[in-house]
Design a binder for this molecule. Structure first.
Ligand SMILES: [Zn+2]
Length: 252
């Protein structure tokens, strides 16, 4: 599926037949794997329902709800609507597929799609809307803030499966349906280190720029680099195949 057609589907909601010859031609352009014309309908409806569940439970709670809770909420609220068996199957396929085919070589961090995050194991970080795991992760964050200063803040913490799916599906949409490209800038749902203790930080007031290479121009970034108890998960040309992410903190 090419970007223009894909965006056309999204804009009009029309899910008519894609001209096969055109589709083939687009696929042969590089090694990328795309959402297929058979998948596009289910992909868009799943992505929409996940987004609606997020709006229903609120951004903060959505970070940590489990897959089963997401399904329950969808069926309870008519404005979301129950996930169909095909939609559940699609999410399972995405979750369990080997992302090596997309050029992503990171390690699996979440064993099962139904893996839960226990609420008593996490703690909400004030003024951020995000959570951190109690213990080593939260303690390291507090140490980072005291060493770097209060101009630094948590921009993303613990992410359970639905949250990572939401980010991943939105990324796929933005790439026009190119799953491979999306997987190199955001870990697939079973592969995020946010599910096991990593977190993102940014400079207060910097908004989306915190998630760009510009972050390395801040004094906060250079102070982070001097700390011995944390490091950068995704350095330039990392072997996981993920883009350079200077804002993503790995705890040592
Ligand atoms: Zn991150």
């Amino acid at each position: 599926m090419d970007r223009r057609l894909f965006l056309g589907f999204m804009a009009t909601g029309t899910l008519s037949v894609v001209a096969n010859n055109r589709f083939e031609r687009v696929h042969k352009r590089d090694d990328s794997l795309w959402i297929t014309d058979k998948q596009v309908h289910v992909f868009l409806s799943v992505a929409k329902k996940v987004e609606l569940v997020k709006r229903t439970v609120g951004q903060g709670n959505f970070n940590i709800i489990s897959f089963d809770t997401m399904l329950k909420i969808a069926s309870r609220y008519s404005r979301v609507g129950k996930f169909t068996p095909q939609e559940v199957a699609f999410m399972e396929e995405i979750f369990y597929q080997d992302p090596n085919i997309h050029g992503f070589y990171g390690k699996r961090t979440v064993p099962s799609i139904t893996t839960k995050i226990n609420k008593k194991d996490v703690s909400k970080i004030r003024h951020t809307g995000h959570y951190l795991f109690r213990g080593h992760s939260k303690n390291s964050y507090k140490r980072v803030i005291s060493d770097v200063g209060k101009s630094l803040m948590l921009t993303s913490g613990v992410r359970a499966v639905p949250k990572q799916m939401n980010l991943y599906f939105n990324k796929i949409k933005r790439t026009g349906g190119n799953i491979s490209l999306a997987s190199r800038s955001l870990a697939p749902p079973a592969y995020s280190y946010h599910s096991v203790g990593d977190f993102d930080v940014g400079k207060i007031g910097w908004g989306y720029k915190n998630f760009t290479v510009s972050f390395i121009t801040t004094k906060e970034f250079w102070r982070l680099r001097q700390l011995s108890y944390i490091s950068m998960r995704y350095t330039i040309n990392n072997k996981e195949g993920v883009r350079f992410e200077p804002w993503h903190v790995k705890i040592i």
